[in-house]
Ligand binder design. Structure first.
Ligand code: NAP
Length: 347
């Protein structure tokens, strides 16, 4: 067994504290990865606080992982010691259902094994990247090109693939009018991808102080959603709204901003939702769809796209002892735009 140091929530009301736990030695098709960086996704906060009612404690979050290969099992072919690799939201799937065969393992009919709070075949609970190493099957690792070897790459493994996949699947293209609702970790990656796809991008935000940095990210317009006048000026304007909001909010307010045939793409997973006024869909043939991370193949495609187009997340690198303050600041929308833990700085 491998002794691992990390940070864990012990209950839904307590702060994360240091923990020592064990991981299994790598099997023949597995890789032991020393973790360099791990992004903090809002999903980590939802789960640490048991907002979905399924958290198993002690809970070690972290699914935006960049690391270096420490050792490999004797059947590993695609990675060698010293390679920089990424690990995202899941570390296993059945591999034979129709969704896995279509390279959309995130929708595995037999259930993915999430990197955090999942179940391994031996009954152990998976523990994520707020730790100094992890063991993963080679098929669930991503190659990280040298040009992306930095903390800003870690958020690509969840915020990046989630937003890239949603835009690609919905065929967002040059000239489309795309609004991004919520400018946090996912939101700012959506701005970067949508701009690079040639869309006309608006940010819809509750934080007027983010206006300048939204434009610096490449957005063409900024709308303060706390100002009714600004919102009314964009009624029936957008082909797409990509909703990345983590908290309860009224979908009806934003449906009105879609053109005929426009699509609201839900990425955020608030615990509570508001009732839907279905007339807002029928009156303009509008649609609401969802999207969930992306498959391994598409995640590699997204990483390669980011290497080609020089896209990374805007990050604030922090030491693991700052985790609880980072959680509090995220709940106050106070991060531009992703915290990334420097796991090598763990004492
Ligand atoms: P985040 O960095 O905390 O950003 C969320 C943003 O939502 C905030 O920056 C804020 O933007 C906006 N917001 C917060 N409270 C709001 C409220 N009461 N009303 C309106 N807007 C509010 O979170 P994240 O890491 O980007 O994650 C966002 C959501 O996506 C979470 O629910 C997470 O679990 C989910 N998620 C889903 C997937 C998927 O596959 N579908 C993957 C990863 C994460 P402004 O300050 O601009 O208003």
């Amino acid at each position: 067994m491998i002794q691992v140091k990390g940070y864990a929530a012990q209950s839904n009301t307590t702060e994360l504290t240091p923990i020592v736990f064990q991981r299994n030695e790598p099997q023949e098709d597995e890789v032991l990865v020393d973790i360099l960086y791990c992004g903090i996704c809002h999903a980590d906060i939802h789960q640490a606080k048991n907002e979905y009612g399924n958290t198993i404690y002690p809970f070690v979050p972290g699914h935006e992982i960049i690391g270096r290969v420490n050792s490999i099992g004797n059947k590993v072919k695609k990675y060698k010691i010293g390679d920089t690799v990424g690990i995202g939201y899941f570390i296993d799937s059945c591999g034979y259902c129709s969704n896995c065969l279509e390279h959309e393992e995130q929708f595995c009919d037999n259930g993915i094994t999430p990197t955090q709070n999942g179940k391994l075949a031996n009954g152990q609970t998976t523990k994520g990247g707020y730790s100094n190493c992890i063991v993963v099957k080679e098929d669930y690792l991503l190659h990280i090109p040298e040009s992306l070897n930095s903390p800003g790459t870690a958020p690509l493994l969840c915020a990046g693939i989630t937003t890239y996949s949603a835009l690609v699947h919905n065929a967002v293209k040059k000239g489309d009018k795309v609004a991004i609702l919520g400018l946090g970790g996912l939101g700012h990656m959506t701005v970067k991808f949508a701009v690079s796809f040639g869309a006309e991008v608006s940010v819809l935000s509750t934080s007027p102080l983010k206006a300048d940095s939204a434009l610096a990210l490449g957005a063409h317009h900024f709308i303060d959603t706390t100002d009714e006048k600004q919102v009314s000026q964009v009624f029936s304007s957008f082909d797409f709204i990509i909703d990345t909001v983590s908290a309860k909010h009224d979908y009806n307010t934003y449906l009105k901003l879609l053109k005929k045939d426009g699509t609201l793409v839900l990425l955020g997973v608030p615990v509570e939702t508001t009732p839907l006024v279905t007339g807002l869909l029928t009156s303009r043939r509008r649609k609401i769809v969802g999207s969930f991370i992306g498959g391994i193949q598409q995640t590699q495609e997204m990483i390669n796209y980011c290497a080609t187009h020089q896209i990374q997340a805007d990050v604030e690198v922090i030491s693991p002892s700052y985790i609880n303050t980072a959680f509090e600041r995220m709940l106050k929308n106070d991060v531009k735009y992703r915290f990334v833990l420097d796991m090598q700085a763990m004492e």
